[in-house]
Design a protein around this ligand. Sequence first.
Ligand SMILES: [Zn+2]
Ligand SMILES: [Zn+2]
Length: 344
Amino acid sequence: MDAVPANLRLAVSPGQLLLENAPKEARPAGWARLKVLACGICGTDLHLLHGMKLPIGAAYPIFPGHEVAAEVIEADPGCGPQPGSRVVLHPLLTCGRCQECISGRENHCASGEMLGVHRAGGLAQEMIWRSDRLVPADDLDPQQAALLPDAVATAFHALRRSNLPQGGKLAVIGSGGVGTNILQISRALDPAVTLVAVVNSEGTARRISELGIPVIHGLEGAGRACKADFGEMDAVIDFSGAEAAPNEAIRMLRKGGRLVLGSVRDERVSLATSYTGLMTREIEIVGSYSSTLSDLRAVTELVRSGQLSLAGLVTHIFALEEAEQAFAVLEQRPAGMVRVVVTA
Ligand SMILES: [Zn+2]
Ligand SMILES: [Zn+2]
């Protein structure tokens, strides 16, 4: 008798990727069984592969994949998207009952579980996910839709955190996938916004310039250059994680302006400004972490309505069987790479 693979999925342990045939997971009530159509991979997946201190409740081997576009193949009748629907998955399972969840800050839910970390993710043929965390995406290209749950929703959340006023001025430092999405979303929401991108590489400069957005090359002196050429910014969002970014950002801001820190950087923040300088200018510094289900709904709607285009952001596509190559490309970051997607 032929052994039919139950469910091909990727298992990650520190330094090791393994494609394995796993039995199908049981589907609890209120959950949907999903056929994965496309799954993006990002720096988080690389950290998992390199071996990182896992959040409480997670253990190796990890079954990664938190940027998922899928088709529903089983669901409870009347509960969320039904079989045949295409969806994107919000990557956080929240409790829905704690103070954070109730007050709209579900990204801080203390008992939240992360798809592709605590729970088996989308680098698989099939998976299960709670129906209330699915967002309909029927008319979207799955490979582009797979960008929505992480790179695009995170960008939207950071933009919300910036409190950018209508017709305001925004500088974005670091214009990879998330940074590019911030620029595009802010313009989609408000065509009168003034945008500036601080970029590192020639390739990124060209890509951002083609969107009609002015660029400043290199972080050194970017604060002064930005002020001289574009005036003071209402907000600056950093997704570069570069050491000098907060300093340069603060030089760009107007009084009462807001700096949003969205990158991952374990070192201390050093600011070459005085306490009094921050106080008298009433500078605000805030963090932006992940996204909420409502952020994912909002960006999905922006793409469905044609206000936001994700064209050109998926630069590398691999089959699930080629997962090792996909991770290698992500590691090497070849020129022109923006997002890497795996199709099941
Ligand atoms: Zn990601
Ligand atoms: Zn909660």
